[in-house]
Design a protein around this ligand. Structure first.
Ligand code: F6P
Length: 353
């Protein structure tokens, strides 16, 4: 088993569930691969035995991943220290064979799922994926591990911002993560009572936002306003704000641009909070613990019954599995006609359009 991509809360709960089910239910031995594919590019591969005694009572509740992870270094196009791009997939395949694995469970987001699926096809090793990401953009599952906890963190931030916004008559802007998907900002915005939610799926017009702030003051007689802004939100006539690091887009900063623009156009006093990695750490919510535990058990049962090339998924209140090859070609952005959007529009929340 390995964890891959950006970490989130609930990964350790999933690891624990896999090990417990494998040992209690199927008498299997479980090996953890450390640092995802990076551990498989090492010689010998970095591994740790995962027996029941590894799981103290604290693991279920803990953030991060006890196996370590990476969210860069795709073995199919690996950037070497001198900058050269090399295909190192055969090295990963050799390591997999060296470890004599009967199957692999990979806990990852959509990008990791795609890479791991291709690697395991090359290695001819049965593979089952478990979706995780605070972005909640893995297709064909309602929820990925970590999303619910991250929404909780962002909603709590809104609860803390509202009183200080009211005290100082300010417009408070909260920037959430999420990459190209607005799921996190949308849910946190609804839960946190936002007046404006900006998501990458709807490029915004700054004039609409300024108008909404005026409406809040005129119609609702409210002296403050709350805005949730996804990190990759972008203006209609502009671009998302990001920096490049080793060929990787690091989003962040759109909220500061927004704060500046709102102040310039309306005179409103604006303040910005960028939540960043706080959304990925900490103890998982009870929902994420249930989700991770259910996914872990189901994934082991799939592998043990000889079913593979599948991703476990939460759909309509229960766990099922879907064909991995249908997952890796799709995207899951916010459904603009979906229930959450209808709720948000119904509440009068402005999307800058
Ligand atoms: O994909 C999860 C995520 O947290 C995104 O929301 C965010 O853009 C990115 O990872 C941040 O990655 P890093 O840990 O490399 O800063």
């Amino acid at each position: 088993m390995l964890t891959s991509g950006g970490d989130c809360s609930g990964l350790n709960a999933a690891i624990r569930a896999v090990v417990k089910r494998a040992i209690h239910g199927h008498d299997l031995e479980v090996v953890g691969i450390c640092d995802s594919t990076e551990g498989l590019l090492a010689n010998p591969p970095w591994t740790m035995p995962l027996a029941l005694d590894v799981f103290s009572g604290a693991v279920l509740r803990s953030g991060g991943t006890m196996l370590g992870t990476v969210n860069k270094g795709n073995p199919f196009s690996y950037q070497m220290p001198d900058g050269e791009i090399t295909d190192r997939s055969s090295q990963v395949v050799d390591s997999i064979h060296q470890l004599n694995l009967d199957g692999l469970i990979g806990i990852g987001g959509d990008g990791s799922m795609k890479i791991l699926h291709a690697l395991m096809l090359q290695a001819d090793i049965p593979f089952v994926g478990i979706p995780k990401t605070i972005d909640n953009d893995v297709p064909l599952t309602d929820f990925a591990i970590g999303f619910h906890t991250a929404v909780g963190v962002a909603s709590e931030a809104m609860d803390r911002l509202q009183p200080t916004a009211a005290s100082h008559h300010r417009v408070m802007i909260l920037e959430t993560m999420g990459r190209q998907a607005g799921h996190l900002a949308l849910s946190a915005g609804i839960a946190g009572g936002a007046d404006v939610i900006l998501i990458p799926e709807i490029p915004y017009d700054i004039a609409r936002i300024v108008q909404k702030i005026e409406d809040v003051s005129q119609d609702e007689k409210r002296n403050h306003a709350l805005i949730v802004c996804a990190e990759a939100a972008c203006p209609k006539d502009g671009e998302a704000v990001y920096a490049e690091q080793s060929g990787h887009k690091v989003y962040g900063g759109i909220a500061h641009k927004l704060g500046h623009d709102i102040h310039t156009l309306s005179g409103a006093e604006t303040r910005v909070t960028v939540l960043g990695h706080l959304q990925r750490g900490g103890s998982p919510s009870s929902f994420d613990r249930v989700l991770a535990s259910s996914f872990g058990v189901y994934a082991v049962d799939l592998l043990a019954s000889g079913v593979f090339g599948r991703m476990v998924s939460w759909w309509d209140g229960s766990v099922r599995d879907v064909d991995l090859s249908t997952v890796v070609d799709k995207e899951k952005s916010v459904n603009l006609m979906g229930s959450r959007m209808r709720a948000a529009r119904g509440l009068g929340i402005c999307f800058g359009d």
